[in-house]
Design a protein around this ligand. Structure first.
Ligand SMILES: Cc1cc2nc3c(=O)[nH]c(=O)nc-3n(C[C@H](O)[C@H](O)[C@H](O)COP(=O)(O)O)c2cc1C
Length: 201
């Protein structure tokens, strides 16, 4: 009898675990709705290297031109590097000063859009930038699904970031992405009317 009771107790626990997991995982639409550019972060909260690894592993699912995977990431998670990056993002510094992680994204030039070192069309390295943007889209959405918040920053000193992380010349430095926990209730921006940006034929 005791064994049966113990079994029922364990089964209930397992079932409760499954149900709570299901309800705690946001749907894609919930991620889209709650993801916003965050310009104030909770102080004193940390994100572990393991969590950033999980985030960037998911980001690797992003498609890329001929699967070239040109995106690269430089993660400032230690205090010294994080403080150094804060000095290289202009007016963004105050917005992300409490974000525990700052990630520099780059792409390797001459890969996406190239065959035997020649651009396949006039788009050239714009395909690499395209791939990096896609990859960063995965990053910010996965971050939200993990309960984190982000700010993509194009206002940054690319050449000083290159020096700070010893980024090779063959990489183009694009955005810095802040990762942390929101300390503001952001407004949802007004989106352009769909028919202004989409044409059906
Ligand atoms: C490529 C790029 C560069 C951006 N640069 C900055 C920046 O330097 N500083 C900033 O506060 N926001 C920056 N943003 C955030 C945009 O302002 C923001 O995405 C836009 O206003 C829409 O708001 P939402 O992200 O909350 O939907 C950037 C976004 C992108 C995609």
């Amino acid at each position: 009898m005791n064994r049966i009771l113990a079994f029922c107790f364990l089964a209930t626990l397992l079932l409760a675990g499954c149900v709570s997991n299901q309800t705690s995982t946001p749907t894609l639409d919930e991620v889209f709705a709650s993801r916003r550019s965050i310009r104030a972060y909770e102080a004193g909260r940390t994100i572990s290297e393991a969590e950033v690894r999980e985030l960037l592993t998911a980001t690797q699912n992003a498609p890329s031109w001929a699967n070239m995977q040109p995106s690269k990431y430089y993660v400032a998670i230690g205090q010294e590097k994080r403080e150094a990056v804060l000095e290289l993002i202009g007016g963004n510094k105050e917005r992300v000063i409490n974000a525990p992680v700052l990630i520099v994204s780059t792409f390797e030039t001459g890969k996406s859009g190239f065959f035997r070192d020649q651009p396949v069309d006039a788009t050239g390295d714009l395909w690499g930038a395209y791939d990096n943007g896609l990859s960063n889209a995965y990053l910010i959405l996965k971050a939200r699904a993990m309960g984190f918040d982000t700010l993509i920053m194009g206002m940054r000193n690319a050449e000083e970031l290159r020096a700070l992380f010893e980024i090779p010349e063959k990489e183009t430095v694009l955005a810095v992405i802040a990762l942390g926990y929101r300390a503001e209730d952001p407004n949802t921006p007004v989106h352009r009317p769909l028919d202004e940006v989409v044409k059906f034929y």
